[in-house]
Design a protein around this ligand. Structure first.
Ligand SMILES: [Zn+2]
Length: 121
């Protein structure tokens, strides 16, 4: 049986690996990271990067001028993320995508107002 920690073959099947001394049971080695990652993906949609990037672009899209390309990118990413979230519900990020679309449209309108204001000023 191979050790899940150091990949060394263990002829004696015991509770701990003879090479690295860590527990040999694969369940204890794998259950913890999967539990942690599943709880993390609920908060941070790793599997839906477009939704996540779009969501974080929303923070910066409120800045005038700099926010204009960000708001456009945010709308595209939010749309892509929402489509992915609807196709694959397990990928999550639906809320992030909706937030990205909402803040993207707000950011875009603010920036368009600022730009037109500057043109006419
Ligand atoms: Zn080992």
């Amino acid at each position: 049986m191979k050790c899940p920690h150091c990949d060394q073959e263990n002829t004696l099947v015991g509770a701990n690996c003879v090479h690295c001394g860590k527990p040999m049971t694969p369940s204890s080695a794998t259950s913890q990271p999967t539990q942690a990652s599943s709880s993390v993906t609920t908060i941070i949609p790793y599997t839906n990067p477009s939704a996540l990037i779009g969501y974080y672009l929303g923070v910066f899209s409120c800045f005038p001028l700099l926010g204009l390309p960000l708001a456009i990118g945010e709308l595209i990413l939010g749309f892509m993320g929402l489509q992915k979230a609807l196709r694959q519900p397990e990928s999550k990020g639906k809320v992030h995508a909706i937030v990205a679309l909402a803040t993207g449209s707000i950011g875009l309108s603010i920036n368009l107002l600022v730009c037109t204001g500057m043109l006419f000023a």
